[in-house]
Ligand binder design. Structure first.
Ligand code: NAD
Length: 305
């Protein structure tokens, strides 16, 4: 049984705690939350679990940790956990900037622990079919597109919309292209906060693919769409409504679009289960430290463009 601590019982942390409690491979041993005001609520929800304010109080009792604090605390917490050989699942983005990513990659180079990053959009039930279908689009280059937008929710204001929303689409494009970045061109606005609230980012890659990503937290409705076009057609996913559509050059004029629904998945549950499996089987996670750091480098380049 893997003894795990949840660090940060906020908006997302409470869901991660529920998942951890229901997974057989682990025992939720501790919840670390500095805000004393919510300790009573945590106690009511998790009466068997030790509740503390600082990771130091339980660091010798655990095998693994789930870091679900604001991003500005990730680097310091990871550093501490690494020194105790504790396996780490860390919410995205793994760290706050490129300098921290470089330092962390150096520190963690030869360690024998699992470090997994919570890029949860990888768990949609459509990606393996979508990946196979890419061969229907013809030779590279491919053009990637995403829109991830919503009405203003008055949260995550300490980070930009690039860190909060666009990061998911950057990770998806990276998963499919696996190509280094060549060029970046951006248009950003601050609308409601002191950080970027709206961004249109154009990327080009060394394999000649390109991407146009639109992210906004001051939009008129919720939109989560991801698609790719090539010389032989388009593959499109509506991530909110779980719909996959294809339009290929070979389709007859009377049937231009092929549409199917796909099953929703519990992304947080799947990524946590993967984490414990990686610990047990000593295998590499879907999103490891290097992939997580690569995305942090992209985030910095986009924000500073
Ligand atoms: N994968 C996703 O789709 C997704 C969605 C939302 C948030 N996130 C990520 O999850 C993380 C948390 O986001 P959130 O919206 O839940 O934040 P939040 O502010 O709602 O909650 C964070 C909690 O961490 C606690 N905390 C702060 N410093 C701490 C420390 N040093 N040790 C222990 N606890 C500490 C805070 O008191 C708070 O309760 C962020 O990195 C965010 O980017 C990911």
């Amino acid at each position: 049984m893997i003894k795990v601590a949840l660090i940060g019982y906020g908006y997302l942390g409470k869901f991660h705690a529920q998942k951890a409690e229901s997974i057989d491979a682990c025992e939720l041993s501790a919840i670390v939350e500095p805000n004393l005001d919510i300790h009573q609520t945590i106690k009511e929800n998790f009466p068997q679990v030790k509740i503390v304010q600082q990771i130091n109080e339980v660091i010798n009792l655990i095998d693994a940790a789930l870091i679900v604090t604001p991003t500005s605390f990730h680097f310091e917490l990871i550093n501490k956990l690494i020194k105790h050989n504790i396996h780490i699942f860390c919410e995205k983005p793994i760290v706050a900037n490129s300098d921290q990513a470089v330092e962390l990659e150096q520190i963690a180079k030869d360690l024998d622990i699992v470090i997994q990053v919570g890029h949860s959009e990888r768990y949609h039930n459509i990606w393996s079919e979508f990946k196979e279908d890419l061969s229907l689009l013809g030779q590279n280059p491919l053009h990637w597109y995403a829109i991830r937008a919503g009405v203003f929710k008055d949260r995550a204001k300490d980070v930009s919309v690039i860190d909060d929303l666009m990061i998911h689409d950057l990770d998806l494009v990276n998963m499919f292209t696996q190509s280094p970045l060549k060029n970046i061109n951006t248009n950003h606005f601050k609308i409601r906060t002191d950080n970027i609230d709206h961004s249109v980012t154009n990327l080009s890659f060394e394999n000649n693919d390109s991407a146009t990503l639109i992210s906004s937290r001051n939009f008129t409705e919720e939109r989560r769409e991801f698609w790719v076009s090539g010389s032989k057609g388009t593959l499109y996913v509506d991530l909110m409504n779980k719909v996959y559509r294809k339009s290929l050059k070979e389709y007859p004029i009377e049937n231009l679009v092929n549409e199917k629904k796909y099953e929703p998945a519990d992304h947080l549950m799947l990524e946590q289960k993967d984490f414990y499996n990686c610990i047990i089987e000593k295998s590499k996670p879907k999103v490891d430290l290097n992939q997580g750091c690569k995305i942090v480098h992209w985030l910095d380049q986009i924000k500073n463009n």
